[in-house]
Design a protein around this ligand. Structure first.
Ligand code: P1T
Length: 380
């Protein structure tokens, strides 16, 4: 089955009781048993829920994976991955990543004896240097948030396999429509479902997909034991959102390209980060591993001052100033004080998250209205 058909049908059958074409919202915590242990495959909704199961199977199919697991947020999904590890284990992570991931690694899991190394991963040599006998996991986020760097998944996987190390790829910015980490050899695809999969800024959710049965079993055990699961209603909303993922992503990509090109031409703009631009340092890798270049763009102002960025952000009429991304509506953000405020200034500036950096989640509105909005905000 091709992607668009999977987006609409995978994991879902008409309801056996009524024929309802949409998977019902099984808003139940428990399931009646005929005798102890005699049930229809569902015992308690932390463990299993039919609406969640349909969504988990759908997301697994989109990622070309065998096993899907949904969580109450992207962070809860990431939390489950790190709980595979033990004290003394080491993780090599990209240094340019969502601020909340950095915060969880350094402020929560470091105190349980897991060591995290952060390095720019566009150059695989940086990763190679950090591998030692304790390395258990390489954490890739590509495209990165908010600098839109591209990490070569196949190159990381090839290095990891030689050293018996797992690779997790946060595929949030690309979505499975644009990039399939498991096809490139990664062990786990990670999602903030909140973003493109949900697509309508009305749900917070996370997901993991993998192919290895014993890894899936460990993750299911963590999901059930720790309990970070989403509600049936939220699962229904995401099943509905995913039905248009392929159509939305194409428009996000077209609009983002126009926005990036407009920004390059504007005299007040410094550097534009968009992997679809030929001058992007990892454009060739993006072309190799992605179907298109995504809906996220970030840029600096020539005058690298926080007040200038704040002024531009406050002038937008269509781009709304808000955390998050991946919804149908365009959003703008200031990573240094919003999504990446939990990364120390010296660390974030090393990756390019400077005071004038503005991040755009380009929505699926009319592209001319979006470039007009940028024009009026930047020309003030
Ligand atoms: O917000 P949550 O669903 O828990 O997902 C966390 C997360 C994980 N990975 C990436 C790449 C992310 O961007 C996020 C969340 N990011 C934002 C809220 C943001 O505005 O960047």
């Amino acid at each position: 089955m091709k992607f668009a058909t999977k987006a609409i049908h995978a994991g879902q059958e008409p309801d056996s009781a009524t024929g309802a074409i949409m998977t019902p919202i099984y808003q139940t915590s428990t399931y009646v048993q005929a005798a102890p242990g005699k049930h229809l495959g569902f015992e308690y909704s932390r463990t299993h829920n039919p609406t969640r199961k349909a969504l988990e199977n759908n997301i697994a199919a989109l990622e070309n994976g065998k096993y899907g697991l949904c969580f109450g947020s992207g962070m809860a999904a990431e939390d489950a991955v790190i709980k595979l590890l033990e004290p003394g284990d080491e993780v090599i992570s990209t240094n340019d990543l969502y601020g909340g991931t950095y915060r969880m690694f350094t402020k929560i899991f470091a105190k349980y004896g897991i060591k995290f190394h952060f390095t720019p991963m566009s150059d695989v040599e940086n990763v190679k240097k950090l591998i030692n006998a304790h390395t258990r996991l390489i954490w890739v986020e590509t495209p990165t948030n908010p600098m839109l760097n591209i990490i070569d998944i196949e190159a990381i996987v090839s290095l990891a396999k030689k050293n018996n190390i797992r690779v997790a790829v946060d595929n949030t910015f690309a979505s499975p429509y644009l990039q399939l980490p498991l096809n490139l050899g990664a062990d786990i695809a990670v999602h903030s479902v909140t973003k493109y999969l949900g697509g309508h800024s009305d749900v917070v959710m996370g997901a993991l997909v993998c192919n290895d049965g014993s890894l899936a079993e460990q993750l299911y055990f963590i999901q059930n034991s720790c309990g970070g699961v989403p509600s049936p209603h939220d699962c229904f909303l995401v099943l509905r959102g995913i039905k248009t993922l392929h159509v939305r992503m194409e428009r996000h990509c077209d609009n983002a390209k126009k926005v990036a090109e407009y920004l390059v031409s504007h005299p007040a703009v410094g550097k534009v980060n968009y992997p679809g631009l030929k001058e992007h340092p990892n454009h060739a890798v993006a072309k190799k591993q992605m179907k298109d270049f995504g809906g996220m763009v970030s840029f600096t102002l020539k005058e690298n001052k926080i007040e200038k960025a704040v002024k531009v952000l406050s002038k937008f009429k269509i781009f709304s100033l808000a955390e998050s991304l991946g919804g149908v509506e365009s959003l703008c953000g200031h990573p240094a004080t919003m999504t990446h405020a939990s990364i120390p200034k010296e660390e974030r500036e090393k990756t390019g998250v400077v005071d004038s950096l503005i991040r755009l989640s380009v929505g699926i509105e009319d592209a001319d209205d979006l470039t007009d909005d940028l024009k009026q905000a930047l020309n003030q």
